[in-house]
Write a protein that binds this ligand. Structure first.
Ligand code: URP
Ligand code: ZN
Length: 462
């Protein structure tokens, strides 16, 4: 199959220029001007549009069990929604079962994804219990299976949380096998005490989820994660950073030259703690961890993104329907499944609220959504850029098209939209995954099972 994308403006992390793209099979074979149209199967006219590298979302929770239920999107609905939003690769969290091995968790996630994904995917491995089997399994996963990153939770005691000694040993092993450790940085033990006290005082509404998770609990854990990684001499990647206090820890470390990376998510950039004051149980829609913060943190996060202290924007797509799922916590906020949807709207929100508002440049947006996550998670240069030899994962993006974000029109299975009614300017129109069209002029033409598991390389520092 030979495809030409012509007349578009190509945007990468480092440049913006007019150019045509020749795709042969699954790869970009050349970038130039006016390729001959003979023997071409398909010509896509991108006049007036940007051609972006497919976005890479390295924080999703599809078909993921949590708090007595399972996230509302499986690999088919989740990756379909991702494609609608211009995301062409995800890295999801395979999780070690309690009492089980890493390989069991890894195989379980392969079964969840097989035949379902419409775009490419990889897995991080969540380590929830360290035993003698785990360390050699880490090596095997990095070396043979392309699982080149691990996630540890410093929160959720009794379920996912690992202690400092375990973190230290896992960091040491990652230094030997080349894996990257990703940290959910919140002081889980302290938060648990604050939560118990609130419940004992009869504070059961969703807003207490936010009021029992102080920014200092995130900053303290971020500091500890960085210090442990520094002692071992390895990089560390802080997931879903939400507040100025935690960012200060990352910035201080980076100023010392330490390889410390942070991602934030659109909900922390556009939403704030007032959402929990919505009437009735509606605040439960915004129960994610860390919680939404006071509005002023948003500006600090944007400055961190522009000033290169925050390296990635991912979604932490962890969707639970308000009906039946979030409702588990109707009478106790601590039982509300933690997580929010976002896999489809990331590129549109960041373009509309970031680039159009002058907070970041177009090239920085590409770096944050595609190039940096691809580099840090060992997908680059196959993913994350537009270059000969790279996969033809491409987004034809209309910077003037408008769309109203809504549960009535989105493609995830979750029954609400965090940004309901918000109009964005800038919409992905056509999306290609390895040369195959998945979205064509805002029509889904992809196929479940076309997405492939990607064995990832070691991280590259950014
Ligand atoms: O609320 C969130 N972020 N849910 C997903 C699990 C986690 O904490 O990362
Ligand atoms: Zn987390």
């Amino acid at each position: 199959m030979r495809t030409i994308i012509k007349n578009g403006t190509i945007v990468t992390a480092v440049g913006t220029y007019p150019g045509d793209i020749l795709i042969e099979g699954e790869k970009i074979s050349a970038i130039g001007l006016a390729f001959p149209a003979e023997q071409t199967d398909k010509i896509i006219d991108a006049a007036g549009k940007y051609v972006l590298p497919g976005a890479v979302d390295v924080h999703t929770h599809l078909d993921a069990p949590q708090m007595g239920t399972v996230t509302a999107d499986d690999f088919e609905s989740g990756t379909t929604a991702a494609a609608w939003g211009g995301t062409t690769t995800i890295v999801d969290f395979a999780t070690q079962p309690r009492g089980g091995s890493l390989l069991q968790g890894y195989e379980t996630w392969h079964r969840k994804a097989a035949g379902k994904a419409v775009i490419d995917y990889g897995f991080h491995m969540v380590i929830r219990q360290l035993n003698e089997q785990v360390l050699p399994e880490m090596d095997l996963l990095v070396r043979d299976e392309g699982v080149s990153s691990f996630k540890l939770y410093m929160s959720y005691p009794g379920d996912l949380m690992v202690g400092d000694a375990e973190i230290f040993r896992i960091l040491q092993r990652s230094g030997e096998n080349g894996g990257l450790v990703c940290m959910h940085a919140e002081n889980g033990d302290v938060i648990d005490l604050i939560v118990k006290k609130a419940l004992a005082e009869g504070k059961i509404a969703p807003k207490y989820h936010a009021l029992t998770r102080p920014t200092k609990a995130e900053a303290e854990a971020t500091h500890r994660a960085i210090a442990l990684a520094e002692m071992v001499g390895v990089p560390v990647y802080i997931v879903h950073l939400s507040c100025a206090d935690a960012l200060e820890e990352v910035r201080d470390a980076r100023q010392l030259g330490l390889p410390v990376y942070a991602e934030t998510c659109p909900h922390y950039l556009f939403l704030s703690i007032e959402e929990y004051d919505r009437p009735g149980f509606e605040g439960a829609k915004y129960v994610m961890t860390p919680p939404l913060r006071e509005k002023w943190h948003q500006d600090v996060l944007w400055k961190g993104l522009a000033g290169r202290d925050v390296s990635v924007i991912s979604t932490d797509h962890c969707p639970f329907c308000i009906r039946e799922q979030k409702e588990i916590g109707l009478n106790d906020f601590s039982l509300i499944p933690n997580g929010a949807p976002g896999i489809e709207s990331r590129l549109m929100l960041v373009y509309d609220g970031g680039v159009r508002q002058g907070r970041i440049t177009l090239n920085r947006m590409v770096e944050l959504l595609s190039t940096n996550p691809a580099r840090l998670m060992g997908l680059y240069p196959r993913k994350g850029t537009i270059a000969p030899g790279s996969d033809a994962d491409l987004v034809i993006f209309d910077p003037e098209a408008k769309l109203v974000l809504s549960a009535k029109t989105h493609h995830t299975r979750v029954d609400y939209n965090l940004f309901e009614g918000r109009e964005v300017t800038g919409v992905p129109i056509t999306v290609l995954s390895r040369g195959q069209t998945v979205i064509e002029d805002r029509v889904f033409v992809g196929k479940a099972g076309n997405g492939k598991y990607i064995k990832r390389d070691h991280y590259q520092l950014v």
